[in-house]
Write a protein that binds this ligand. Structure first.
Ligand code: RIB
Length: 298
């Protein structure tokens, strides 16, 4: 374990249950295919990032919502098992927990998210937890919660001088003010094309030196370092399930940055963590511990 101070990470985002079918191929419209297996595992981009950060040694507080159903109970128990604080994960009365309906087929996943209780991560709700946000070393946020909430959190962070890592997934348009408030923005190539529609990727990167980090899957992570565009390569592994790799990347990046590592070193650490995460089934199944990442890096 490194001697770095323990990072205080706050994650604002979704908590869901992943309903995962593995199948030899995806059905077309109107078609039925026979699948191989079905499993229910904890997921949701926010929850995944919180669990990943905790496994990497951070002190983590989750700000989110679950339903008052049995899935919500399982999600809360999973947080506790992974040492994530759930003081600010309040069940919503008479509402289902969020679910993600995932098909693993032909070497990739396709996902339909039903936000349900995640839509109740409202501006008012996060305002009540503003003190937690202000006292964090870094805040992580994604886009499976209302856009207005993301904007409010970005304002709280800027006013408090707390860096915000915006993982703009799934893709949607983002207000210029929110982009300005985020210390780091981590889209994949598709998300980047939606956010920066009308300009080239190179132009977008140059407009946001050292803060726009575009994840390009097995190719690595591209950013503009103030002098040139560079790519931090990823680590090659045999992937079993890529679900949650992006979440592991974002969490590891946040932990390393909060500990004071350089941007290039933080990306390398995050790439290593993400590469380990895909070697097991489930979004959280392969998320590595700190010791596992450090052993792999050395
Ligand atoms: O990023 C992976 C996550 O996205 C899955 O766990 C699923 O919940 C979807 O929201």
């Amino acid at each position: 374990m490194t001697n770095a101070k323990q990072a205080k990470v706050c994650v604002v985002g979704s908590c869901s249950m992943d309903l995962v079918v593995t199948s030899p191929r995806r059905p077309g419209a109107g078609e039925t295919v026979m699948g191989d297996s079905f499993k229910t595992v904890p997921g949701g981009k926010g929850a995944n990032q919180a669990v990943a950060a905790a496994r990497l040694g951070a002190e983590v507080v989750m700000i989110g919502r679950v339903g008052d159903d049995h899935l919500g109970e399982t999600i809360l128990n999973n947080f506790k098992e992974n040492h994530v604080s759930v003081t600010h994960v309040k069940p919503v009365t008479d509402m289902e927990s969020g679910t993600a309906h995932i098909t693993l087929a032909e070497g990739d996943n396709s996902i339909i998210v039903v936000p349900a209780a995640n839509n109740e991560v409202t501006s008012d709700y996060v305002e009540q937890a503003a003190e937690i946000i202000r006292s964090s070393d870094i805040v992580l946020i994604q886009q499976e919660i209302p856009a207005e909430t993301v904007a409010v959190v970005s304002r709280i962070c800027v006013e408090a001088g707390v860096p915000l890592l915006l993982n703009p997934a799934p893709a949607r348009k983002i207000d210029a003010e929110v982009l300005q408030h985020a210390a780091y923005i981590t889209p994949n190539e598709h998300e980047a094309s939606v956010i920066f529609e009308g300009i080239s990727l190179s132009e977008a990167l140059r407009n946001h030196p050292n803060r726009l980090l575009v994840t390009e899957g097995s190719n690595g992570v591209r950013y503009y370092n103030g002098e040139e565009e560079c790519v931090v390569p990823t680590f090659k592994v045999d992937a079993v399930d890529t679900t949650g790799a992006g979440d592991t990347f974002n969490a590891a990046l946040a932990v390393a940055l909060a500990e004071g590592q350089s941007l290039a070193d933080s990306i390398r650490f995050a790439n290593r963590a993400a590469s380990l995460s895909v070697t097991k089934f489930g979004a959280q199944g392969g998320m590595p511990t700190r010791a596992e990442v450090e052993a792999a890096l050395s």
